[in-house]
Structure formats: C-alpha cells, structure tokens
Write a protein that binds this ligand. Structure first.
Ligand SMILES: NC(=O)c1ccc[n+]([C@@H]2O[C@H](COP(=O)([O-])OP(=O)(O)OC[C@H]3O[C@@H](n4cnc5c(N)ncnc54)[C@H](O)[C@@H]3O)[C@@H](O)[C@H]2O)c1
Length: 447
C-alpha cells in the first residue's frame, strides 16, 4: 500500500473499531518530541487569518518584546487594515498585507523573512496551511482544533517530522491560571496517582448562526450539518491531557462516544430566521450534547463533552481526581485528604485564594501583570503567547507538541465514528509511534 492508501485504510479501520497501527515513519522523518530549534533574538511572525481570533493574536504579539509582525494575510482588506493599524499604533511600523484568492497565503509562505506562522482560519484550512507552512521551513502555530480528520492529524505529524520544525496547536486553555495551578499541584503529588479526568467545551454559541456571509458562524454553522460528534474537543481535554502526561508516559488508547438528539439549532433557526431562510432549510445533525469516554494506556478514564447549542452556563469541567483527592472547575472547588493542606476530603472547599497563594504556577506568577493588561480569555491568551515566544527566543522545547495537536484533535473525528456505529469502541492512533513511552514528562517550569 502507498502511504496515502494506508492512511485511508486506517481511517476506515478506525470507523469500524479495528486496531489502528501507526504508519511507518519515512526515512526523511525524525521524531520531534522535545524539539529545540535554534534560539532567535527576535521572532518574525506571519499571521494567516485576522478575523476575531487572529486580531487577538495581533494584539498579543504587539505587546511582546523580541517579536516582529512581518506580514498578515486574510480574504478581507478591512480586517487586514484593522490589524495593520493596530501594529502601526503599537509598534510604529506596518506589516506587509497579503490578500487575493484563498491561496494567496502562499505569497506569505514564500517570504524568507518569517520564522513562524500563526494560522487562525476556519477549521478546513488548518491542515493544508499547516503542512505548507512546515514545508516552507517555518514553525507552524495552528488554532484549535488542529485537524478534523485522522488523515489530517497524520499529515501534520509527518510534515513536522520531515521539516524538524515546531507544529503547536494554540490550546490557550492550558495557560489559564487555574489549569496552570492544578498542573503544578498534580506534579507536586497533591492528588496522588491520577485515575480520572473530565473536560468539556460547553458554550452556548447559537448566536453565531446569525453570521451569514462572513464571520465565525458563517463557516462554523455548516459543521453542525456535517458531523455528529465532538466538534471542538481540545479546550477541555488539553489541560487534562497535560495533567496526565498524555504522549509523555501515557497515551489515549481507545474511546467510545454517544450523542444526544440534535434539537437546539433547528429550534433557534425557527425562532430567529424566516421560514425560507437557509438556516431553516439546513438539517442539523450534531447532537446538542456529545459525551466521549477515553481510556488511557495506564488505565485512566477521561470524559470529554461538547455542547455549543444548549442555553446553559459555560463550562470546561476541568475535573481531575487521584488517589488522594479531587479538583473540579466551573466553579472551582477542591477536596483533598488529610495532610495535603486545609484538609477535608468529604466536602468541597470553594475558596481558592489560599490555593492560588500557595500553588500558582511560576509561569502565571511571572506573567500575571502582562496577562491582566491584555485581558483575553482571563489572561490565558497572553500567557500562552508570551510563553511560546520565550521558548522560541531561548531555543527551548514547547509545552505542546505536534503529537498533542494530533491526539487531542483526533478525538473529534473518532467520536463521530463511534457515534455513527452505536458507540463502538475506537482505537486512538499512536501519533508518537511509540515515543510516548520514553518522552520526558511535562515539567513545571520557571522563567
Ligand atoms: N483558542 C480560542 O480560544 C479560540 C477562540 C476563537 C476562535 N478560535 C479558532 O480560531 C480560528 C478562527 O476563528 P475566528 O472566530 O477568528 O473566525 P473568523 O471567521 O472571525 O476568522 C477567520 C478568518 O480567516 C480568514 N480566511 C478564511 N479563509 C482564508 C484563506 N484561505 N486565506 C486567508 N484567510 C482566510 C477569513 O477571512 C477570516 O477573517 C478557528 O480555528 C477557531 O476555532 C480559537
């Protein structure tokens, strides 16, 4: 079989629950686990996609030392102008602006004065733009989820291994103050040996259906007519995967997934649009609530939920438990056994301040002021950008690898395959090709 044939076979195998073996690594590829690139005084960025999210990245980068925003690309000139004006106001220069057809981003990739490319475009563009960025010899930073197919996940892994460049998914939720503190506590052993975690993306985004011609809802809404499963697994799962050292001592083994009926989007369309509007003609298939259960190689269990349709409060769950206690988020609460701090393990403690005082992650302590000035998503956006720029400048390994991008994103298509087959158990590919057994755990680093 050719490599592509083999991948297609693997996707089919995944859909039926057969064992999924990793395709062999080509002679031109090497693992990028723990990859350290040459240090750089200043990191020269290009950004593809300066809509809602891309503009936030422009704002973050413009606040950082050791950064040049060299070129921006988008389909819309007004969006490019908004970002360019911001850079000019903050930094005193204008980036080059690239627009034209939907492949004009290749002009940006052809430039020799860019080290790293941020990709904040609709989901269907992440893999082609990521692969081409890596092939052009640049580091790729891709918005969430990095890929929507198993084939796409492998394509990113292969491209990063061939280029020996960073390919990181921009999972900002790993840099929330709470998530960083819990990671610190997990590494200090406060919860004992981890047994179970729960993550979610529960966020009522039905209002985005009112974006018709452009804007997030214009491309995101159609995904609700295409796939019944978890469309956006990584915000809730990323932090849990880091607590559990997934791809660094443990890995996802298999999953099973189940969806509720898909009712909320059709009801919203009926209430919000004329009967003959396209939003009322669409058939929405993504179950309002999708629940996936993942088993890891070390036997741990993880629940991941997705619901962007129901009128209910926001949550990423962020629950982790071990032999000594439990933390849960939204709202934050903790219960630990005796001797581990303010002690009660049978009742939740809701006052987190003493815990932040004691266990705030060193990265948060070092960047809290910058995070507060930026403000995006409670500060996590800025901490993430500051951290990745610091790593690139110092030639350090990043906190999230291409294997994480692939494994966390793969839960999307695998959940859909399981839902389509009466919740059949589906193997999760080993994107590290065995490397997870020897990769270094994610440490709690200072600055
Ligand atoms: N991490 C987070 O917290 C977070 C938050 C919001 C969005 N996102 C992610 O960011 C990405 C973008 O979402 P958004 O809300 O900004 O959407 P958006 O529609 O506001 O922005 C996407 C931009 O990409 C541009 N674009 C589309 N195709 C292009 C092409 N071929 N070449 C160049 N530009 C192109 C569009 O013109 C648009 O301006 C998505 O992957 C989304 O999941 C992440």
């Amino acid at each position: 079989m050719t490599r592509l044939d083999r991948r297609q076979f693997l996707i089919g195998a995944a859909a039926t629950g057969a064992i999924v073996a990793a395709p062999a690594r080509a002679a031109t590829q090497r693992s990028v686990a723990g990859l350290k690139a040459a240090p750089m005084d200043s990191v020269r960025f290009g950004i593809i996609g300066v809509g809602d999210r891309g503009y936030e990245h422009v704002r973050s980068l413009a606040m950082l030392d050791g950064v040049q925003i060299v070129a921006l690309c988008d389909l819309y000139e007004d969006l490019l102008e908004k970002s360019a004006s911001h850079v000019e106001a903050e930094r005193g220069y204008r980036p080059a602006l690239v627009h034209g057809d939907e492949h004009a981003y290749r002009t940006l990739l052809d430039r020799g004065d860019i080290d790293a490319v941020l990709i904040a475009t609709p989901w269907e563009w992440h893999v082609p733009m990521g692969v081409e960025t890596l092939a052009s010899g640049k580091h790729a930073f891709i918005e969430v989820p990095a890929a929507q197919t198993i084939e796409g996940c492998w394509a990113l892994v292969d491209a990063a291994e061939a280029a020996q460049k960073h390919c990181m998914m921009l999972e900002n939720c790993c840099y929330g103050r709470t998530e960083l503190m819990v990671l610190n506590m997990v590494r200090q052993g406060l919860f004992g040996d981890l047994t179970h975690g729960e993550g979610a993306y529960i966020h009522d985004l039905r209002w985005q259906m009112k974006d018709i011609k452009r804007g997030t809802g214009s491309w995101r809404t159609p995904w609700h007519t295409r796939r019944d499963g978890n469309l956006y697994p990584t915000h809730g799962l990323g932090p849990i995967a880091q607590y559990m050292n997934i791809n660094r001592g443990d890995r996802f083994d298999y999953l099973t997934s189940i969806s509720s009926p898909a009712l909320g989007r059709a009801a919203y369309a009926r209430a919000s649009f004329a009967p003959d509007h396209a939003r009322n003609k669409a058939a929405y298939v993504t179950g309002d609530m999708n629940t996936s259960l993942i088993k890891t190689k070390l036997g741990r269990s993880i629940m991941v939920q997705h619901d962007t349709t129901t009128a209910r409060p926001y949550s990423r769950l962020n629950l982790v438990q071990g032999t000594k206690g439990i933390f849960a988020g939204f709202p934050d609460r903790i219960a630990l056994g005796a001797g581990a701090g303010p002690d009660s393990h049978t009742e939740w403690q809701h006052d987190m301040e003493p815990w932040f005082d004691r266990y705030d992650h060193p990265l948060w302590r070092a960047s809290a002021e910058l995070a507060a000035r930026h403000g995006g998503h409670g500060g996590m956006d800025m901490v993430m950008m500051w951290r990745l720029v610091s790593c690139l400048r110092a030639g350090e390994a990043l906190d999230q690898s291409v294997y994480d991008a692939a494994a966390w994103s793969a839960i999307g298509p695998l959940s859909a395959a399981s839902v389509a087959n009466r919740s059949t158990s589906i193997d999760v590919p080993d994107f590290t090709r065995g490397g997870w057994q020897s990769a270094e755990p994610l440490g709690v680093v200072g600055v």
